[in-house]
Design a binder for this molecule. Structure first.
Ligand code: CU
Length: 189
């Protein structure tokens, strides 16, 4: 093998090595890009999800729900915590106790922005004729009609938040909202 031929082979090998390395770096970069950094971050760590108690059954005085009763006066109409914090791409697990409906409004919406004169159609009797707020303006999530779920109304709804912001979460049951049953989800970047 001549000196020149050996040099040519070495140079070709070097070029090939650079090309393969470049391809691998670019391919890896695209892979990382496709998963989106925010989602990857939000799926682990303490701010990847939050739990919000949406209503609660009181124990003073003692409450006996056996075999399957949900007495309205025994229900505490609150969101706990009132402000939940997660990162963008994370989830909020609403644990719903009692006859409530989860409504979520877009970043920056205030309780006074909600048009409470817009009410969902009543369900057929003998289902309870509880009025439900049906304002679609800036609404990003509406949970199912709890009136048709009776008698099993305790449930979980998991909601995903892709974008940062401060989201208003209210109970769609009109008298509950009017007595202050609302809170917020703060989604950090
Ligand atoms: Cu409620």
């Amino acid at each position: 093998m001549t000196k020149r031929l050996r040099l040519t082979i070495l140079c070709s090998a070097a070029v090939l090595a650079v090309a393969v390395t470049t391809y691998l770096v670019v391919a890896h970069g695209q892979h990382t890009h496709n998963t989106t950094a925010g989602t990857a971050r939000a799926e682990s760590g303490p701010l990847s999800s939050a739990t919000v108690s949406f209503g609660a059954w009181m124990t003073t005085p003692p409450l006996d729900r056996f075999p399957n009763v949900s007495p309205p006066p025994a229900n505490h109409h609150v969101l706990v915590p009132q402000v939940a914090r997660i990162r963008a791409g994370g989830t909020v697990n609403f644990i719903i106790a009692g006859l409530h409906q989860v409504l979520i409004y877009d970043d920056g919406t205030k309780p006074e922005d909600i048009n409470t004169s817009l009410i969902a159609p009543p369900p057929p009797p003998p289902l309870p004729q509880v009025p439900l707020i049906a304002d679609p303006n800036r609404r990003i999530y509406r949970g199912p009609d709890p009136r048709v779920l009776l008698p099993v109304i305790d449930r979980v709804e998991v909601v995903h938040f892709a974008e940062p912001g401060t989201y208003l979460v209210i109970c769609g049951v009109l008298p509950h909202f009017q007595e202050g049953m609302y809170g917020y989800v703060k989604v950090l970047p």
